[in-house]
Design a protein around this ligand. Structure first.
Ligand code: GUN
Length: 291
C-alpha cells in the first residue's frame, strides 16, 4: 500500500511555484496577487482561508484578504467583487464558500471575471474544462489529478467511482476522469444520495473518489483489493485522545480500508494541502497569462 502524500507533494509544488515567482520578478514582472473574500465567521472557512493566505506567503505570492460580516448585502459583496475585477494589480479572486443563505452563490460566482476565477467555478470555466480547453481547473479536483500524475497511478481504462456530486468536487472530478487525457480515460460512475446499491458499485471501483462529507462512511467491505482510494472528506469530531479535544476524520475509515488499497490518501495530509497548492498554481497561471 502506497500513501499518496499530499503534504509532501504540495510542498514540492509550492517550492516549484516559488522558483517561478522568483523568475517572474527577475524578468521585471510583478508578484502574482491573490484576493480572497471571506464572509462571516464560520470556523472551517476561516481555517481554510487563513491556510490559503499563509501558503501564498510561503510560495512568494501576494495576498489580500477582504472580510465581510455575515449580514453583508448581496449588492455590497457584488460591488467588492467588481472592484477587484477592475483592479489590474490583482490576478486571481476567490470567494470562500459557503455563503450566508441570503446571498445567491451562483450570482456571486458568475460575477467574478472568468480570467480571475482561480477557483475555476465560473460556468464559462467549467464549460472549457468539459471541452478540454485550457482553463483554471477547480482546485480540489486539480489537486487529485496532480497526485495521480506524480504517483504514476494508472487511470486509462479503469473504473473510477465518484461518491458525491457537488459543484466543487464530485461533478468536476467525474468530468476530468472521463476526459481523453492522462490522467483520465476512465469509465466513470458518479454516485450520489439517490444511488441504489452503492456498495455493489463501489466494490467494482479501481479508483474510488469519496467526497460526500460523512466521517468514515467508506469501510473495507465497500472496496475491492488493489483499489486506489482518494478521500476528500474532512470532518472535525470530538476526541478525548487529542490535546485540542478534536480530531479530523475523512470520509473513509482509513485503518479499516488501508490494507486492501494499492494507494490511499490520508486525512489530514492528503487532498487538503493539494487543494491549496493548486489554487496557488492557478494564481500563478492567471498572472502569467496576463503578461
Ligand atoms: N469551500 C470549500 N472548498 C472551497 C474551494 O475550493 N474554494 C472556495 N472558494 N470555497 C470552498
Amino acid at each position: 500500500m502506497i500513501i499518496l502524500d499530499g503534504k509532501k507533494t504540495s510542498n514540492d509544488i509550492k517550492e516549484e511555484i516559488a522558483i517561478e515567482v522568483a523568475e517572474l520578478l527577475s524578468s521585471g514582472k510583478k508578484r502574482p496577487h491573490l484576493a480572497a473574500i471571506l464572509v462571516g465567521n464560520d470556523g472551517a472557512s476561516e481555517t481554510y482561508v487563513n491556510a490559503k493566505v499563509k501558503a501564498c506567503e510561503k510560495a512568494g505570492l501576494q495576498s489580500t484578504l477582504v472580510r465581510f460580516e455575515d449580514k453583508v448585502s448581496e449588492e455590497e459583496l457584488l460591488a467588492a467583487i467588481e472592484q477587484i475585477n477592475q483592479d489590474v494589480s490583482i490576478d486571481g479572486l476567490i470567494v470562500q464558500l459557503p455563503l450566508p443563505k441570503h446571498i445567491d452563490e451562483m450570482k456571486v460566482t458568475e460575477s467574478i471575471f472568468p480570467e480571475k476565477d482561480v477557483d475555476g467555478f465560473h460556468p464559462s470555466n467549467i464549460g472549457k474544462m468539459t471541452l478540454n480547453l485550457p482553463t483554471f481547473l477547480p482546485a480540489t479536483p486539480a489537486g487529485i489529478i496532480e497526485l495521480l500524475t506524480r504517483y504514476n497511478v494508472e487511470t486509462s481504462g479503469k473504473h473510477c467511482v465518484v461518491i458525491g456530486r457537488s459543484h466543487i468536487v464530485g461533478s468536476p472530478m467525474s468530468i476530468l476522469m472521463a476526459r481523453n487525457c492522462d490522467p483520465g480515460n476512465c469509465t466513470v460512475t458518479l454516485t450520489h444520495s439517490r444511488t441504489q446499491n452503492l456498495k455493489a458499485i463501489t466494490k467494482t471501483a479501481d479508483i474510488l473518489i469519496v467526497a460526500l462529507g460523512k466521517a468514515e462512511f467508506v469501510n473495507a467491505d465497500m472496496v475491492k483489493e488493489g483499489v486506489c482510494v482518494i478521500d476528500v472528506g474532512i470532518s472535525r469530531v470530538k476526541s478525548d485522545k487529542t490535546k485540542s479535544g478534536w480530531k479530523l476524520l475523512g470520509d473513509v475509515a482509513f485503518d479499516d480500508v488501508k490494507d486492501k488499497c494499492a494507494y490511499i490518501t490520508p486525512v489530514p495530509g492528503g487532498v487538503g494541502p493539494m487543494t491549496i497548492a493548486m489554487l496557488l498554481k492557478n494564481t500563478l497561471l492567471a498572472a502569467k497569462s496576463k503578461s
